[in-house]
Design a protein around this ligand. Structure first.
Ligand SMILES: C[S@@+](CC[C@H](N)C(=O)[O-])C[C@H]1O[C@@H](n2cnc3c(N)ncnc32)[C@H](O)[C@@H]1O
Length: 407
């Protein structure tokens, strides 16, 4: 096995750390395939499920053009922001310090001292609209941290300069999630130790300084390396791409598991106003490849309605929908690929229901082959024990080549 199974060290990967690095797949994996594919220098690398942008950023760092598609608005915002390296790092830091001073003063007038974690007894607390609060996991964030977070976000959003504003917001979201909220991330998101209060401004300024330091080394040399990001559904990927324009795909699509990708990003989605109520949350989830039983909708399962089949049927249904969605994606992708294009899909096995093993990599390989792709390899990336059966589940990289023949 070529890859380390131990934890990737965050400090080895500047930029990727700007937002939610722990949730993404490791950049060294992307680098490995960029090298292995021996791409011509002006190649375009696509990530159709780009999340917070690991493969796009890594491609750009290696001087390849990149295109990302992402269905979750907050992840789309993060990847778009992480790719924009054209702004003055000094101005970013200066603006952040000015904002921090204003917010500190405002909070003090309201009876809150963020630097010393003190507050007077009776304070008026800002909060989100009731409809938005319903989207959050209960106790995601305590009242005083919520109040301070809203104050800082409001002040940042007054800035006119888009790249500065976006980077300051990204640093702010990162701080809220990691330092200020009560959220805890295992494989799934949950609520951990309740923090009645937590410092916001200092850790935010530290995050901003990290971004500024990274940017200082990225200002030159990347001017002619293009990137685009689209908020969209990769099952209809042909809507976003020009014909014959992509030389490589490196991606980690959703796995057919019980993980609900929208749960992990609710707090920041709501804080930025990208999701304002449960209906908007549901609408966004409909654009995701169905990967868990909670995301199978009424219209998807009308055949099952009235039967007593319950979860068992849902599970087979979601598996069918997952592979159906991925098949649609792979079929619609073909016109945009140049013949000989190389593709790497990082996918994981699943056995969450009745210990029925779903060999995702193998099944996806069969789907791809039927659509005219050549399967070059199914490489083991790492293994992890299944929660119940303790059987080893494989995370694999399905390596494909587009021959130009559409099956
Ligand atoms: C395993 S994550 C990818 C993580 C990514 N490699 C990173 O570094 O952050 C899968 C991503 O696919 C997105 N997704 C799910 N269905 C999608 C669809 N139909 N079109 C585009 N993106 C989708 C999810 O929102 C999620 O961000």
């Amino acid at each position: 096995m070529k890859y380390r199974t131990n934890k990737v060290r965050k400090e080895d990967y500047p930029i990727h750390n700007w937002y939610r690095f722990v949730l993404s797949f490791p950049p060294h994996l992307v680098k490995h395939y960029l090298e292995k594919f021996e791409l011509p220098s002006d190649s375009v690398v696509l990530d159709p499920f780009c999340g917070t942008g690991t493969s796009l950023v890594e491609s750009r760092l290696n001087y390849y053009h990149s295109i990302g598609i992402e269905a979750n608005p907050i992840s789309y915002f993060a990847s778009k922001t992480k790719l924009n390296w054209l702004f003055s790092p000094d101005e970013l830091v200066d603006t952040a310090f000015e904002i921090a001073e204003r917010v500190d003063q405002l909070l003090k007038e309201e009876g809150i001292d963020d630097y010393n974690l003190m507050h007077t007894n009776s304070i008026f607390l800002r909060n989100l609209p009731e409809e938005s609060q319903k989207v959050l996991l209960k106790n995601s964030i305590s009242p005083i941290p919520m109040h301070k977070s809203i104050a800082l976000i409001e002040e940042i959003t007054r800035i006119k300069d888009e790249p500065l504003k976006d980077h300051l917001l990204l640093a702010c979201l990162n701080t809220i999630i990691n330092n200020v909220s009560n959220l805890r991330f295992g494989p799934e998101v949950g609520v951990g130790k309740i923090k009645e209060d937590a410092a916001l401004l200092n850790p935010w300024l530290d995050n901003v300084k990290t971004i500024a330091e990274d940017i200082s080394s990225l200002l030159y040399g990347y001017e002619n390396i293009n990137y685009e990001t689209h908020l969209g559904d990769s099952r209809m990927i042909n809507q976003y791409l020009s014909p014959n324009s992509v030389q490589a795909v490196i991606t980690s699509p959703p796995y057919p598991n019980e993980k609900d990708y929208s749960r992990a990003t609710r707090l920041e989605s709501v804080l930025l106003g990208l999701v304002r109520n449960m209906q908007e949350m549901r609408n966004i989830k409909k654009t995701f490849v169905r990967s868990n039983t909670r995301s199978v909708y009424k219209q998807d399962r009308r055949i099952e309605l009235g039967k007593t089949s319950g979860f068992e049927k849902m599970y087979s249904k979601v598996t069918l929908q997952y592979f159906g969605g991925m098949a649609k994606h792979l079929a619609n992708l073909r016109p945009s690929l140049t013949p000989g294009a190389k593709l790497a899909y990082v996918v994981g096995d699943q056995s969450s229901y009745f210990r029925v093993m779903i060999r995702t990599g193998q099944l996806l390989a069969e789907v791809a082959e039927s659509l005219g792709y050549k399967v070059l390899d199914l490489e083991l990336f790492r293994t992890r024990p299944a929660t119940v059966s303790k059987k080893m589940l494989r995370e694999e990289v399905l390596v494909l080549e587009y021959t130009g023949d559409n099956g």
